[in-house]
Write a protein that binds this ligand. Structure first.
Ligand code: NAD
Ligand code: UGA
Length: 480
């Protein structure tokens, strides 16, 4: 029986290993983590992450060929294949701060593997890492190997949150990079055999290590670039009377461009797009390619511009101040069908509104009050910005309440901001909501999910990203 151990029981490690266990009954899978609360949650009925379909997969395999444990060393030493799926955040201090990937967690995992191993192992990079990381990992492992043979593979993950289980069942491709030596090719085959239990062979792409590592960063950069491209167009649409949904549809019909990832929004969020592009920018700079670095940096800049533009639009439409006004925030997660709030655009929008002294009432079906308070208190980019650009202060945080119902959040509100495209926000009783709001009642749709004409018919003043403006908004232009 092949034994797999995955270090890191997070959004990637948990679902990926659960699906491997489900699809490969002959493989024993252990998922280990240094965080005891996380492992306890994986062993309970309340899994640590919300992901449609995940509960069923875990329930089917847990205790049979899928185990969650804090005994990292035992499971690593027993495994034939060790996946490393630890977090690789952006460095916040020292060389490359604000851009480079922080590989502290990766390095400590690699040193631990070298320490506890007693037999040959395949070590798989599952985390997203800078190109050439495998070389560094190889050095750590071989310098501490005690004669043990380690083969390093790069097998980046392409799942998206909210659709992780389906993405894992039907991946567009599985990418495996390895050394072009006989031992490297043998390791590639061993990992390929695992995926071949359910992934058609033509979808398993095998490359050299550096291509696999770089392809992951490139894929995320290309995806984020599409969103920034359409978001840049959304600003032009508002200025000209074009409708961004119509433009996206027309552009996406070109089979060379394709229809996906062309939804204009208040900005992309999530734990990876920003960090991976910053990392790419840093790698370009380190390789003496400032023009290439500058090109990709713009994707982030447009994303920041889009969030700022949204806040400015809200404030300018409401007579240039939201001070003391109740603003309902519908949705806080970075996208629907997840409770994940990492880098969610809602954080920047809420901070912007709190900076203008709004009173926020926030509702998200999957995010707790504790998480929201934490996200809004964190001065994440303090190190990068002068303090006067960080509007959130402890007193501002007191100006928010978190409620468990959209009707409660919008009651007596002056305005609504839709931050996440949860399906339930499409079918709310907007007449009832309008009746219970202050007038004029504003609705700012950061996800283009409401029926603008219907809501204008009810009486709302509606702003929807990249859509033709109504007269009120035209009369109160947002200051850039
Ligand atoms: P996460 O923060 O949810 O999980 C990482 C886990 O690793 C944490 O539970 C942490 O406690 C654990 N960990 C850290 N160091 C450890 C150590 N030395 N030993 C044992 N456990 C350790 O992160 P994630 O979202 O699962 O992302 C993991 C990697 O996968 C990142 O590189 C990310 O870029 C990449 N990725 C993420 C997604 C996604 O949708 N979240 C998709 C594709 C790729
Ligand atoms: C993204 C990629 O889609 C995955 O392939 C990748 O594995 C993952 O990053 C990663 O490396 O972490 P994820 O961030 O989970 O997945 O979710 P996406 O569906 O890509 O959405 C990212 C953000 O872009 C969300 O805030 C979403 O609302 C926004 N988005 C997406 C738009 O604004 N418009 C779109 O058309 C699509």
């Amino acid at each position: 029986m092949v034994k797999i151990c995955c270090i890191g029981a997070g959004y990637v490690g948990g679902p990926t290993m659960a699906v491997i266990a489900l699809k490969c009954p002959s493989v024993e899978v252990a998922v280990v983590d240094i965080s005891a609360p996380r492992i306890n949650a994986w062993n309970s009925d309340q899994l640590p992450i919300y992901e449609p379909g995940l509960d069923e997969v875990v329930k089917q395999c847990r205790g049979k060929n899928l185990f969650f444990s804090v005994d990292v060393e035992k499971h690593v030493s027993e495994a034939d294949i060790v996946f490393v799926s630890v977090n690789t955040p952006t460095k916040t201090q020292g060389l490359g701060a604000g851009k480079a990937a922080d590989l502290t967690y990766w390095e400590s995992a690699a040193r631990m593997i070298a320490d506890v191993s007693k037999s040959d192992k395949i070590v798989v990079e599952k985390s997203t890492v800078p190109v050439k990381t495998a070389e560094a990992i190889e050095k750590i492992l071989t310098h501490n190997s005690k004669g043990i043979n380690f083969q390093i593979l790069s097998n980046p993950e392409f799942l998206a949150e909210g659709t992780a289980i389906n993405d894992l069942y039907n991946p567009d491709r599985v990418l495996i990079g390895g050394r072009e030596t006989p031992e490297g090719q043998k390791a590639i085959k061993a990992l390929k055999d695992v995926y071949a239990h359910w992934v058609p062979e033509e979808r398993i792409i095998c490359t050299n290590l550096w291509s696999a590592e770089l392809s992951k960063l490139a894929a995320n950069a290309f995806l984020a670039q599409r969103i920034s491209s359409v978001n840049a167009m959304s600003a032009l649409c508002e200025a000209t009377g074009a409708d961004v949904t119509q433009v996206s549809h027309a552009v996406g019909k070109d089979t060379r461009i394709g229809p996906k990832f062309l939804n204009a929004s208040v900005g992309f969020g999530g734990s990876c797009f920003q960090k991976d592009i910053l990392n790419l920018v840093y790698i370009c700079e380190c390789n003496g390619l400032p023009e290439v670095a500058h090109y990709w940096k713009q994707v982030i800049k447009v994303n920041d511009y889009q969030k700022t533009r949204f806040v400015n639009r809200v404030v300018s439409s409401m007579f240039n101040t939201v001070s003391g006004k109740k603003v309902a925030i519908l949705g806080f997660a970075f996208k629907k069908d997840t409770g994940d709030t990492r880098e969610t655009p809602a954080i920047d929008v809420c901070k912007g509104l709190l900076g203008d002294k709004a009173k926020l009432s926030i509702y998200d079906p999957q995010v707790t009050e504790e998480q929201i308070q934490k996200d809004l208190s964190m001065k994440k980019f303090d190190w990068d910005h002068p303090t006067h650009l960080q509007p959130t202060s402890p007193t501002a945080i007191k100006s928010l309440q978190v409620v468990w119902d959209a009707y409660e959040a919008t009651k007596d509100a002056h305005a609504i901001c839709i931050m996440t495209e949860w399906d339930e926000f499409k079918s709310l009783d907007y007449q009832r909501i309008y009746d219970n709001m202050q007038k004029p009642a504003f609705l700012f749709d950061g996800r283009n999910i409401v029926d603008v004409e219907k809501l204008r018919g009810i009486g709302f003043i509606v702003y929807s990203i990249g859509k033709p403006l109504d007269q009120w908004l035209k009369d109160m232009p947002a200051v850039a």
